[in-house]
Design a protein around this ligand. Structure first.
Ligand SMILES: Cc1cc2nc3c(=O)[nH]c(=O)nc-3n(C[C@H](O)[C@H](O)[C@H](O)COP(=O)(O)O)c2cc1C
Ligand code: SF4
Length: 388
């Protein structure tokens, strides 16, 4: 049961909008070593999901010798239940552009792109004039860096960084083999920094506020705060900036409806946390990481239906390039349906769990590798709902 205690709200992402030019003016006067040092000190990790240290990404790319380098903002935001990048781009777009421009200065790039989710085309109405003004401002202050918007076409897999580059190059959005990593060979095979929308804003704000303010929040592995998209069975769905490292229990106390039986942390590719594990599960890289999606389910929900929806999504969105994922997603979906109808015994779930584990090891990219997260956490914690 929820006791209604409220988590502290953090105000970094959506504040100081009137100071963006001032922040950029100050940042461009700092040396690249100073900026990277500050990011390193802050402990900022990418907010797109995987959590790679941002300072390292920028540093590796800055060290590459190349005439052409790129900065790409990943605004594909396809993970089910995530809608925070849309809000950031709506409320504080100039902060995103400014973070990209600072990155451009640090790595020595002249061109930046925002890869915008196909379904967010309507945002262009506001984004384009804002971007024109910002590009003009960069020219005025003598920064040789310009940003363009590239429209995605509505494929979840194109949020995966290497599939995104392929898509920008006019090819099918299919993930590449790694290495090489984008820092060495990204867009057009040139050194590229690709970061999530929110990551660029935190990088900007760390330049402005200093590393300490950020580092003082969160935990050792998950420094700072994060923007969460809260949805599902909650009396207060929406966007919230919160300190990382809270337990799921604290989160549910604040956002639950008093009857929360599970929280899906990190969307379809994330983990389902059942009520009995709320207390001991930390939201952050040392527990359950999330790109921001937090979906609450109360006792009126069928976790079988939740899992079936996720698998439907993966079957649809798998690019089909590698067999474990292409065939595995379909078999998992058919398998749980067969168990539910009583056509297969309960023991068949164990076979499916093994398949999900094989997909984790054998799939080429993060999509196939993470199907097992939601699959195993839902099947193992809600077995009674999977059966006939
Ligand atoms: C299937 C798939 C979809 C992804 N979609 C997104 C996305 O929409 N936005 C995003 O920032 N990262 C997404 N990622 C992660 C990116 O590949 C990449 O790690 C991220 O953009 C890096 O930014 P960060 O270091 O700021 O987190 C996705 C990864 C996978 C495997
Ligand atoms: S894991 Fe899935 S999405 Fe990724 S390359 Fe293989 S088939 Fe495509």
């Amino acid at each position: 049961m929820s006791n209604g205690s409220i988590l502290k709200r953090v105000e970094i992402i959506f504040t100081d909008y009137d100071k963006v030019n001032e922040i950029v003016d100050k940042a461009v006067k700092k040396s690249n070593t100073e900026i990277i040092g500050e990011l390193l000190e802050s402990g900022l990790r990418g907010r797109g999901g995987a959590g790679f240290p941002t300072a390292k990404k920028w540093e590796f790319t800055s060290k590459q010798v190349s005439e052409e380098k790129y900065v790409i903002c990943n605004a594909d935001e396809g993970e089910p239940g995530t809608f925070k990048d849309r809000e950031i781009l709506t409320q504080v777009p100039r902060k995103v552009f400014a973070g990209m421009a600072i990155c451009g200065k640090v790595i020595g790039a002249k061109q930046g792109f925002i890869y915008l989710r196909g379904e967010y085309r309507y945002l262009l109405l506001n984004l384009e004039p804002e971007l024109d003004a910002f590009n003009e401002y960069l020219k005025q202050i003598g920064q040789d860096f310009q940003i363009k918007i590239f429209m995605g076409s509505g494929a979840y897999i194109c949020g995966e960084e290497s599939a995104l580059f392929e898509s920008m190059e006019g090819k099918r959005g299919e993930p590449r083999n790694k290495p090489p990593y984008p820092t060495e060979a990204g867009y057009k095979n040139k050194p590229t920094v690709i970061n999530n929308v929110e990551t660029f804003v935190y990088a900007l704000m760390i330049c402005h506020l200093g590393a300490k303010k950020f580092k003082d929040l969160g935990t050792t592995d998950s420094r700072g705060s994060k923007v969460f998209s809260v949805s599902g069975d909650t009396p207060k769905p929406g966007i919230y900036e919160l300190e990382l490292g809270m337990s799921v229990e604290k989160f549910v106390d604040d956002f639950g409806d008093g009857d929360t039986k599970a929280v899906q942390v990190g969307g379809a590719s994330g983990f389902c946390v059942p009520r009995k594990k709320f207390k001991d599960t930390i939201i952050g890289f040392e527990g359950v990481p999330t790109g921001g999606s937090m979906k609450l389910f109360n006792s009126s929900r069928s976790m079988f239906n939740v899992l079936r929806n996720y698998l439907d999504f993966f079957v649809e969105e798998s690019c089909g390039q590698c067999t474990p994922c292409r065939v595995g997603c379909q078999q998992l979906l058919k398998g749980i349906e067969a168990v539910k109808k009583g056509e297969k015994p309960i023991a068949y779930l164990e076979q499916l769990l093994k398949l999900a584990n094989t997909m984790k090891i054998a799939s080429k990219c993060g999509l196939g590798q993470s199907v097992g997260n939601s699959f195993a956490s839902i099947v193992n914690n809600f077995k009674e709902e999977m059966i006939y």
